[in-house]
Design a protein around this ligand. Sequence first.
Ligand code: BMA
Length: 818
Amino acid sequence: MMDFTKEQNNDCQRLSGEWTARCLKNGAEFPFPVPGDVHSALLASDQISDPYWRETETSLDWIHENEWQIKRRFETQRKKGKRAYLTLESVDCFAIVRLNGIEVGMCQSQFVRYDFDVTEALLDGENELEVHFLSNSKIAKEKHDSFEFEVPYLAFNNRLPHYNFLRKTQCHAGWDWNIALSPVGLYGDVILRQCQASRLDDISMRQRHEDGVVHIDITAFCEILEPGSVRIVARTGEHAVSDERQLWPGEQRLTLTLTIPNPRLWWPAGHGEQALYDLTVEVGEDVRHFRIGLKKVELIRDRDDIGRRFAFRVNDREIFMRGANWIPADALPSRATPDVVRDRLTSAVEANMNMLRIWGGGQYEPDWFYELCSELGLLVWQDFMFACNLYPSSDRQWLGLVRQEARQQVRRLSSHACMALWCGDNELVGALGWYPESKQNRDRYLAMYERMNFALQEIVEEENLDIAFWPSSPSIGPLNFGDSWHDDTSGDMHFWDVWHSAKDFEHYRTVRPRFCSEFGFQSFPSMRVIESFTEPRDRNVSSRVMDVHQRNDGGNSRIVETISRYFRFPDSFEDLVYLSQISQAMAMKTAIEFWRSNKPRCMGTLYWQLNDTWPVASWSGLEYGGGWKLMHYMARQFYSPVLLTAQPDMKTGDVIVYAVNDTENPVLVSAEFRYVSVSGEVRTPFSLSLEVPTDRAIEAVRFPLADFGESVFLAFNWTCARQDFSGENFFLPKAPRDYDWQDPEIEVEHLRSEEDGEIVRLTCKKPALYTSYDLGSDDIYSDNCFTMIPGQTKDLCIRRKRLSHLGPQTPELQYLKG
Ligand code: BMA
């Protein structure tokens, strides 16, 4: 969405705010805040109950099966001789727009900005604007039924059928982690513009970095309404440039270059400053404001003796990408506010992430989302919005709509410092092999796919905004339609064998991806979140309600089976929930530490998935509401910029400790290693100092398996000159269930310190693994998933308090039991 919120043009009137909605089925009227969605407005006016509660979901299907009308009245002063345009940033999805009873336009895509000419319909004085939403579910079916041949969708993901015919967030129809509400609404701004000589539509930017200067090529895409001269000005701080052009009516583009000497570069988190510049662009009467960052990003795909590399180079420095996949912030769009999103993105950075992939089954996020990413130092891998289904792109009208979407979005997002990559889709190459129709007639569906994929590539490359295009995620490479779920020699990989094929965690060590952009393991959210959607009688892993809040067929069984594979079976539901979170943390730790130890063969890991859209069992590290699961705490450790990790030598069984350094300079690391027995003996401290280079992981030390002895594990910690690069880690040569864990006799003391405020001090008599002090809390602790060793104290402090939608909770210690 273009940031009209900051538009300063005097003839620009925002029409967001209080509207009134009417249900066309029963005539009920209720207030409708814009931006907003129908479900949230119905909920706010007490006409429906909480969609996330127990099994409420399907009882709300009448909402997407119906038509809705939203209206508002507004006063305006009609400017003589000016043309009037109504700009709607994001309408979900099919809707007829009427001004004073006159139809002024029809919206067909949530991802396209519409600029309707309302010159004839606009009145001086009072006006009435109406958006009439049609039923997207009905239109999806009609489009499917009238299509030349079958275009299948993933039925086990999508409870609501045929949404692949709609340009609407695909997971609105349900996903293997999402509720299927199919929201309807106006998500961006609604603006009335009265324009004399020109109307500014899009602005794109590209940067050219030379010695000591950055040139920003700014292109303004305008509709010229009267022949004459148009002035364009761009300024940031003390630097400005302007030009005046004689233009004829019609679509025109104006370009101008602003040069910034002695640039302060923008860096991803952990690699330098997130320097941002305020930039203003004026075109005729229109003014737009941007916050830009000066950075260069390249996708490195050099051939090597393995295949081809897949790495990002930012400002001439190769950077290992540590991150996760982003899905929409909430299944109810009105709840995805900047405050909520800021909290989730802050959590990502706090876990040492520097990249998020905006997954193709979600949405292009609003400008403020990318501004937050730029401010926080998160690079964005941006998918185009297609996922897992097949798409009707042999229909030229449909493809035309996609082209319009792609052009607008590529231009809109070009000014954001965080942008790193445009990717064609999520898993569409693999999807060709998932359906009987496309298995039988692969030629047809591949040709259809390639029409769309090529259109997207063409747009990214024609716009030429210096962000690379990658055909699909996963992909081995351009025009390679092979299996990138298993090929680890080139391209990006989705590695799902552990979760979806029930292989053990050690199986992560059988592949060495160049870049793993998806892999994940599920867990339950904390008891506190479970309590928010259940009655006490539902709190059992086999209950119907727990099944409804699990969208991946067999998911709860997989969780339970994994628990019994690695742990002694728990006595209570609470313990099972806790163990599910440990399993997930162990899975991701195993994968990510192994792949990081393969640097530079592997240059990035983005796990599935950062966040949740509603309270559900899922692969997320942040539960619904943003609380940190154990895995997110673990992520802060396995993503620490300097990492020591123990890996088994597949041939000898010895334990090799690798040192990994993702910072830009070599670091001097001092490490201490201990053998710890379940009964609490701590043996032979072994220390080591070494310099760790930045370009590759190195072997630091080897421990023969024979040295371990029964019931012993390895614990180690390291320090660096910079405190925030220090860390701790451990390695169990056997599964946790093969140890007789004893009561650790943990003692808790509450202290206060000047610097950190309240401190929780923990000590133990026997080792305690995966200790958690306050699972499901709104407090973000300095740690909440740690190993306790006799003789060591663990001090916890609260780093941040989060806004909560849940009631209070009292901390409760949890640890691995024997
Ligand atoms: C990936 C994603 C999603 C899905 C996840 C878990 O492949 O792209 O489609 O939610 O797997 O199954």
